[in-house]
Design a protein around this ligand. Sequence first.
Ligand code: SF4
Length: 252
Amino acid sequence: MSRIVCQFSCGAASAVATKLALAKYGDRCVILNAFVKNEHPDNRRFLADCERWFGQPITVLRDEKYGADTIEVFRRHRFMVSFRGAKCSTLLKRELMDAWKQPGDVMVLGYTAEEQDRLDDFRERFPDRPILAPLIDAGLGKEDCKAMVERAGIGLPLMYRLGYDNANCIGCVKGGMGYFRAIREDFPAEFEELCRVQDEIGPGSWFMRHRSGPLKDQRFPLRELPAGPVRRNESVPACGFVCETAEALYAA
Ligand code: SF4
């Protein structure tokens, strides 16, 4: 019988998607997580709490080539992110998954009710790929998932409690200006580390763009991020194994 693979990303949606899959498929489920050094350490506390909630162990994959460290990926590849996707996500998550997966595996995607269009895109792109989207089947949105986790007596990851949209790395390269202003305020050391990498690599690593004015569409380094609205809750795509694969292909 094929395995049901739940990708647990230390986010509320993936936690509830996993719980629903376990309720339906029980022992056929395998729960996977990729450790990334640059996430907030509280993500590991959340993982341990969820493991107890699931009543089943979570298999944690950990990259060794880059020390599971996004900064090391950026340094060695002299690249951070583009419309095709983020190098860190590809190397620290997707490639581990590719090496681990078996033919016939059914992937559980943590798309929420608000993300029906992303699921439709995925199915259109990969009609032969077996997937389940239990949150959409149950009509559950992002806020429902957070509430369900809390009702289970589990504190949400600290990044959520600080007001961020998900529990991605501190200073996720998929973030925009409002998000990075928040990171600059809340996590100055991590922000500075990203600035230093960009200093080393140069303009090829700049991913921020001016939105308006005479410099509209020109890229600039994080170090020159202008003052402006701070948006902790700015929407930043969650970082998983499969969604990133699909989105990179959409953009290709
Ligand atoms: S959360 Fe963001 S920074 Fe971290 S691996 Fe994913 S894309 Fe990269």
